[in-house]
Design a protein around this ligand. Structure first.
Ligand code: DMJ
Length: 484
């Protein structure tokens, strides 16, 4: 594995497709992308929005986030410690991976967030639970993608912040068990499920995100163990899909791991494709692998050319036929809203701002983003909200790239809205209908790893975070940038 590169790279992303987007019709492409592993730390962008901070300043908001985290953690410990997820309305529990078999998902997801917030007692409590209880010798099929981004990523980030070798040993054990899903596949695209004890694989019918969201976890594991096999397996899967792109340089979102055949015709930047693209950029950012940068450049150029759709002055990305480029649907999943931040990370803050503006219009209308919308009308296609972090993710990375206070304002509204609508007896819960505010009874593991951390970093001027050189995974796990 190479050292992190220190050179600058030119953005290959132009402003094509932005003409007609409200307020940025004359936008120019960003002159350069950030050096991998870094962000434009101190300089506010030209044209940055001058906004007054809230009473007490951003630090007070950050302290409130920390207080809420400590309160929710206490409820989890009191009612659900070691179970995968708390049901915060009833105070009961729900397992995520295997029915009736807790894996401590919430503990693992929360660890690096607790550390960054300097909640050291809670962090130590979580690490102690992991060391005493976490065991991957389980005779059951585990979803490879979720186990990777949540459990392997959580252990790696906890190792990164603490340097505790026993956490790396657990991560290595899990990485070896997950690797079987790749090595048993004739194409290198992982099976969706692997039995962690027996290595039996199942579900070759998979998709792009579950093909290509491994390289930063597996690559960090390779870096920290000195064994390149994890990185190689993750890259091989990314490459298989890239090599089979259509003549339009687009990727259909469903694929078969054994035959390598596409299982549908359609391309989207949303699920189940989204983090495949994210990890091409991220792999370049974290490891300086030029192949990944080249694949990102090719695919994102095609996405911008064929999927850009400006409606009512707002930037969206339509679903298209990957073999003809013809538009298929004008719906958009909330999960795609992180792309605003991803564009900013890749040096295209103009496009990132425009896409975040589009989702801001939806937030302004409903308060909380629905799971899906038809972007011609902004009407929901799916009215729930699974306590989603993507809009706050976008705000954080746009703020890191521009230091424009506008994004803090937007993240603040997201946070306030979440407090108003999702706070309940034993923590925070999903909404079953954003148009009525009806609550469900479930707090997903990613809530602990993602938005709490994003809020803390954007409001907090966090002492333990390196604002000039960092990496957060698709699940918000920190693999670079912990300041000890
Ligand atoms: C997270 O688990 C990850 O961000 C994943 O890539 C998709 N989105 C969920 C949270 O919504």
């Amino acid at each position: 594995m190479r050292d992190l590169p220190r050179r600058s790279v030119l953005s290959l992303l132009g402003a094509a497709g932005l003409a007609g987007v409200s307020g940025i019709a004359t936008a120019q492409p960003s002159p350069s992308a950030p050096t991998p592993g870094s962000s434009n730390a101190d300089a506010p962008a030209r044209g940055a929005t001058a906004l007054a901070p809230p009473p007490g300043g951003w630090r007070a908001v950050a302290e409130d986030v920390r207080t809420e985290t400590r309160w929710a953690w206490k409820s989890y410990v009191d009612r659900a410690f070691g179970h995968d997820q708390i049901k915060p309305v009833s105070g009961t529990v729900e397992e995520f991976f295997v029915p009736g078999h807790p894996m401590g998902l919430t503990v693992v997801e929360a660890l690096d967030t607790l550390w960054l917030m300097e909640l050291d007692t809670e962090f130590a409590q979580g690490v102690a639970w992991v060391k005493a209880n976490l065991n991957f010798d389980v005779d059951a099929p585990f979803q490879v993608f979720e186990t990777n981004i949540r459990m392997l990523g959580g252990l790696l980030s906890a190792y990164h912040v603490s340097g505790d070798a026993s956490l790396l040993a657990l991560a290595r054990d899990l990485g070896d068990r997950l690797l079987v899903a790749f090595t048993k596949s004739p194409t290198g695209i992982p099976y969706r499920y692997v039995n962690l004890r027996t290595g039996a694989v199942s579900s070759p019918e998979t998709n792009l995100a579950e093909t290509g969201t491994y390289i930063t976890e597996f690559g960090s594991l390779s870096n920290w163990t000195g064994d390149r096999k994890y990185y190689n397996a993750a890259k091989k899967a990314l490459k298989y899909a890239y090599d089979h792109r259509t003549s339009y340089d687009l990727l259909p979102w469903d694929v078969h791991a054994e035959t390598g055949a596409w299982r549908n015709r359609y391309a989207t930047i949303g699920p189940p494709a989204d983090s495949y693209y994210e990890y091409l950029w991220d792999g370049w950012h974290l490891f300086g692998d030029r192949d990944l940068k080249a694949w990102w450049d090719t695919l994102i150029k095609a996405i911008l050319r064929h999927q850009t759709d400006v409606v009512n002055g707002r930037l969206w990305f339509s679903q298209v036929d990957a073999f003809t480029g013809a538009r298929d649907s004008r719906t958009q999943s909330e999960l795609a809203s992180f792309f605003g931040g991803l564009f900013a990370e890749s040096g295209d803050t103009t496009r990132g701002r425009a896409y975040h503006d589009s989702w801001t219009a939806v937030q302004d209308r409903y308060g909380v983003l629905p799971e899906g919308i038809n972007y011609t009308s902004l009407r929901p296609t799916s009215v729930g909200n699974q306590l989603r972090p993507e809009y706050a993710d976008g705000a954080l990375f746009l703020w890191l790239a521009t230091r424009d206070e506008l994004y803090r304002e937007r993240a603040h509204r997201h946070y306030q809205q979440m407090k108003q609508t999702s706070r309940t007896t034993y923590g925070y819960t999903i909404l079953t209908d954003v148009t009525t505010g009806a609550k469900g009874d479930f707090c997903p593991g990613y809530w602990w790893s993602e938005q709490l951390k994003y809020y803390w970093l954007i409001f907090g001027d966090a002492r333990r975070f390196d604002y000039t050189s960092h990496y957060l995974s698709t699940e918000g796990n920190i693999f670079l940038g912990a300041k000890k």
